[in-house]
Design a protein around this ligand. Structure first.
Ligand SMILES: Nc1ncnc2c1ncn2[C@@H]1O[C@H](COP(=O)(O)OP(=O)(O)O)[C@@H](O)[C@H]1O
Ligand SMILES: [Mg+2]
Length: 256
């Protein structure tokens, strides 16, 4: 449990933790050739909080986000996501939980080349099972709305090969938001964006945070994001520490 200042002037809001990592280590590979990517990570994120993890290339950002996003498992330590101990869960249960509650923005976008931008964004909703005609129409509209908000109204029918890196990155972001997940895990989501697009993305993230209580874990080397998050943590050589901005933790805009 975590308490958050109430912007409306009342008592602090008690928020459930959506992510709780304790003593997490990650080793890639075995023996002498193995790499220790994460050392003894403790991290708690309240529902609806937006946290930036910053650090240079090779500091372990992707390793950490892949564990929080349940794409990878910790070598040691406990990982609780949405109050479930995922570090002890069978693979299939973890996959199901991931598709239920997490939207993931891949550092390399990972768009499906044979699908249009619109179809790529629609995909997570289609994978949830059969949609009747009305549900399909609503899903298509939701995907189109997200692409429009990200400045991609005229690229919806384009295949990824026709998209530039900024457009591809914004499609990957729309795809992570389309299910209205409780938690968005975004790996350097603004690395290929100009200032105008960074603003569009951060405005959209803030809107999700406010309207849906979405939590965000964002890895970044991009100073332009720091003023827009509640808290910034620093990762160096696999070790996590608070930055001076964490002490000045910005209040959440939580609806009460
Ligand atoms: N699959 C892997 N196999 C071996 N080493 C890896 C693997 N993934 C990452 N690493 C190593 O782990 C360290 C952290 O990498 P990464 O998590 O990708 O950092 P960042 O995202 O901050 O650049 C680096 O030394 C990297 O070379
Ligand atoms: Mg990375």
């Amino acid at each position: 449990m975590d308490t958050i200042p109430n912007l409306h002037g009342g008592p602090p809001v008690v928020a459930q933790a959506i992510v709780e990592l304790k003593g997490v280590h990650k080793r890639h590979g075995l023996g002498l050739s193995g790499v220790q990517a994460l050392h003894d990570i403790d991290l708690t994120l309240a529902q609806g909080e937006m946290v930036a993890i910053c650090g240079p290339s090779g500091s372990g950002k992707t390793s950490l986000l892949n564990i929080i996003g349940m794409l990878d498992t910790a070598s040691e330590g406990s990982v609780v996501i949405g109050r479930l101990l995922v570090s002890q869960m069978p693979d299939q249960a973890r996959t199901d939980l991931r598709s239920d509650m997490i939207g993931f923005v891949f550092q390399s976008f990972s768009l499906i080349p044979v699908m249009t931008a619109h179809e790529n964004v629609l995909l997570p909703l289609m994978l949830r099972g059969h949609l009747d005609e009305a549900a399909l129409e609503a899903a298509e509209q939701r995907a189109a709305d997200l692409l429009s908000r990200l400045g991609l109204a005229t690229q919806m029918r384009h295949y990824p090969a026709r998209l530039d890196p900024s457009q591809s990155q914004r499609v990957a972001i729309a795809r992570a938001l389309v299910t209205h997940p409780r938690l968005v895990v975004a790996d350097e989501p603004t690395s290929r964006l100009d200032n105008g697009c960074v603003r569009l993305v951060m405005d959209l993230f803030a809107r999700f945070q406010y309207e849906h209580g979405t939590g965000f874990v964002i890895s970044t080397r991009d100073q332009r994001q720091f003023s827009r998050v509640n808290r910034t943590l620093q990762l160096n050589e696999g070790r996590l520490s608070a930055t001076p901005t964490e002490a000045r933790r910005r209040p959440l805009r939580v609806q009460v």
